[in-house]
Design a protein around this ligand. Structure first.
Ligand SMILES: [Ca+2]
Ligand SMILES: [Ca+2]
Length: 401
């Protein structure tokens, strides 16, 4: 039995017509749906890696045996990062005004798509992903792009969640993250190098509900935290704090702190690194009143983002140890930091630290070609490092020796 050719043609035309009408219906459904919908990642955006990546001297980066480093994405002034369940990485700016999203859409561990989600923002350093929404921290405002992954190619302006944080730009850029309690943690840096403030919100880490209500101060005496995370087992908060300047090359140390409960005071501006009385404010309150740091990371190293290693790719000794990005010093005659450190924990106490990745600073010339800002784990257990000077995100992976 044969079928006339015109029948095939007719059927094909019918199928094409149905297909296109279905597609337009899907679109109109998406735009009114409140459920989390995932974008077609091929829509919009631009290349995430160009020939620029090849110009970076990655061979200068020293890592332990078996590890390697590559460029994952090019992002101007790449600062804090957050990842969504579908593997989109969101990236903030401090010296620029934008928020970006990047994604590896073909599974080769290099991002191939980059979308600019927002522009014209005021030091939008912080990003957090929660229930399908992207939260953004500017100096005084928390905003969000709802259901962001259905809108990567055509994002609306972020809508305000809360806009009454202080407007001071000195230490005003913010890291943000959702805690295990479902609240958004928002630090407020001291508006100075060293000072007391009338408003107790300065030099603190606050937390708010996802809708912006219920602000409370979680931790006090924190000069300028630009990174925090929660222990994967104890669910307790750990955060970095940048020590004061202008007390010389070697004092005080920048800090890694442990805040297992609300209401703790970490010393600023009275006491630094647990034992150093501030020359101006130290006589007002003794160091014994405050919680000392869990680890002294070294003077002026500027620790920012940190993460517990919860992946399965790196050797087992890294499990639940802390990686800390050290942005590097400006207030020191010989530069310090400019690396990613590994802080080792034993029974919830720090047992030591060492450089994990270094080489962005050239010791001889005292010139740096890159500055680590934040660290983030990918689902495969490899680690991303953002760099706001070299304008890239690196990926560190372990293949064994
Ligand atoms: Ca890719
Ligand atoms: Ca402290």
């Amino acid at each position: 039995m044969t079928t006339p050719k015109f029948f095939y043609v007719f059927t094909l035309v019918l199928l094409l017509a149905c297909g296109s009408s279905n597609r337009s219906e899907d679109k109109s459904t998406d735009s009114t749906s409140t459920a989390v919908s995932v974008s077609n990642f091929s829509e919009g955006g631009e290349a995430a890696i160009t020939d620029y990546a090849k110009t970076l001297p990655l061979d200068k980066i020293k890592l332990p045996a078996g590890f390697s480093i590559d460029v994952f994405a090019e992002v101007e002034n790449a600062r804090s990062m957050a990842i969504s369940p579908s593997g989109v990485i969101y990236v903030g700016n401090k010296d620029k005004d934008k928020i970006y999203a990047v994604k590896d859409t073909n599974g080769d561990y290099k991002a191939d798509k980059k979308w600019t989600l927002a522009t014209g923002l005021n030091m939008p350093n912080g990003v957090a992903f929660h229930d399908g929404d992207l939260y953004i921290a500017e100096v005084s405002r928390i905003s969000k792009i709802e259901d962001v992954e259905s809108k990567l190619a055509n994002p609306p302006a972020p809508t305000t969640v809360k806009d009454d944080y202080p407007t001071e730009t000195h230490h005003g850029w913010k890291y943000i993250a959702f805690g295990p309690d479902g609240k958004l943690y928002v630090p407020v840096g001291a508006p100075c190098n060293i000072c007391e403030s009338k408003d107790e919100v300065f030099a603190s880490i606050t937390r708010i509900n996802p809708d912006g209500t219920g602000r409370e101060i979680y931790a006090k005496g924190v000069r300028n935290s630009v990174g925090f995370t929660w222990h994967p087992v104890t669910k307790e908060l750990w955060f970095t704090d940048n020590g004061r300047d202008m007390l010389g090359d070697d004092v005080p140390a920048c800090e890694l702190n442990h805040a297992p409960k609300a209401g703790m005071h970490f010393g600023y501006p009275y006491c630094h690194e647990g034992s150093v009385k501030d020359p101006e404010f130290g006589s007002k309150r003794p160091c014994s009143e405050f919680t000392a740091p869990a680890d002294k990371l070294g003077p002026h190293v500027a620790p920012l983002g940190l993460k517990f290693y919860t992946g399965n790719q790196f050797p087992s000794q890294y499990k639940n140890q802390i990686f800390v990005a050290e942005h590097g010093s400006w207030n020191r005659s010989k530069k310090s930091g400019y690396n990613v450190s590994l802080v080792k924990l034993n029974n919830n106490k720090v047992s030591g630290h060492e450089v994990f990745a270094g080489g962005w600073l050239d010791d001889a010339s005292q010139k740096a070609w890159g500055r680590p800002v934040d660290v983030l784990l990918l689902p495969d257990g490899s680690m991303l490092i953002s760099d706001d000077q070299a304008n890239v995100i690196y990926r560190v992976s372990y293949k064994g020796s």
